[in-house]
Design a protein around this ligand. Sequence first.
Ligand code: HAM
Length: 436
Amino acid sequence: VSISKKPYKGTRDFFPTQKRMQNYFFSKMSKAAESFGYEPYDGPMLEEVELYKAKSGEELINDQIYSFTDRGERFVAIRPEMTPTVARMVSQVHKEVSKPIRWYSIPNLYRYERPQKGRLREHWQFNCDIFGANDIFGELEILQIAINLFKSFGADHTMFEILLNDREIVDNVFKEVLKVDEETSYKLYKIIDRYKKVTPEAFDKTLNELNLDANCIKELKEYLKLNKTSDVIEYLKSKNLSDTSKRLENLSTHLNLLQLSDFIVYDPTIVRGLDYYTGLVFEIFDKNPDNRRALCGGGSYANLLKIFNEPELGGTGFGLGDVTLENFLVGHKLLPEFSTPKNDILITFQDDIATTQAMQVASELREQGLKVITTLDKTKINKVFNLAEKKGTQFVALIGSDEVTSKSIQIKNIKTKSQEQFKITDITKIQDYLKV
Ligand code: HAM
């Protein structure tokens, strides 16, 4: 038998080019979060399955989780999402730390899904969560971080949109307008969550299986047609539910003031598949018709800490995946080139006696914080520039026997084609010359 060279189904090898891209994503993500004072955290790859059973929802538990029994008979899962972990961690420290708690992380997650465009079995997910924030202001901040991140990649409102809803509204429409019981409500959530993923006929079919009366279905369809915040507010008023719309109204006013309304669309079909959400829910979608997948999903969860017998401490956050982000950036031509590394200087020598001199200069420049590559063998002049290009350096040093005698090196700036000779003791001068 020969062992496959390919990575396990639905996972990726990150060769240097892909790893450079990942580092680029991660640095933008950290920057976006840290610009709002969010602190990095991390947790374990393995958690007890119970943690997800509590509130993550049946799809995750029944179809997607990677789970096994360990040698000590514990039933464990490779983390499929980060929210239960962060809630678990917050539950340990929330009494001691000042609120709001603002944390971010970029974990790799595993879900047993059918690998396809935008969906893999392992992905990295930027998570930003705030706990104990005042009313809509935590939600506003979370939306702002997501928008800022996209902007930092060069995206604008013509390229992506935030589809937003509030579960409190949905709960009240179900209870007060449709007058369905809790069990039917739960089923309706799951059906609406699949609204955009199925044909209208398939949607009607699953709806019919609930045996709702005709009026109820009519009411539901009326609700599902709403697509403007102002219409939702009117609608709720007409159903005597004006209290329910207060938060949406308030959020919408502030989004206007912060000039973020261009990014936001009210969408009654956004309810999210995870069970813990209780308030705001949102998903960010690519406007590119070839990539209609959620780039990001999030919302508010009021009672997740209760599963640890802790008092309520509401959280709001989102998760944004690297796979869909890459598709988004490629589609909008916003992804830079990562095929070559970036280094400061390539130091070459053309005579064996220059070997140590090349290494000495390289060491001194590294001590100054520069990225220095040395060839470990002598290099013919006609090969030097090609090599420098591959190594991503704008400067090359050449050292021959003459330079060894005069204790100097020649440095060429490939872009400007200028060249200068330096004494090897003049490290500061060399450093200045390498500044571009
Ligand atoms: P989610 O909607 O399950 O939310 O995932 C968030 C994002 O992760 C998705 O929009 C997508 O970009 C990416 N993603 C999810 N599954 C896959 C996959 N199999 N392959 C590639 N990308 C994927 C959550 O996980 C929530 N815990 C987010 C959250 C944080 N809510 C509050 N705080």
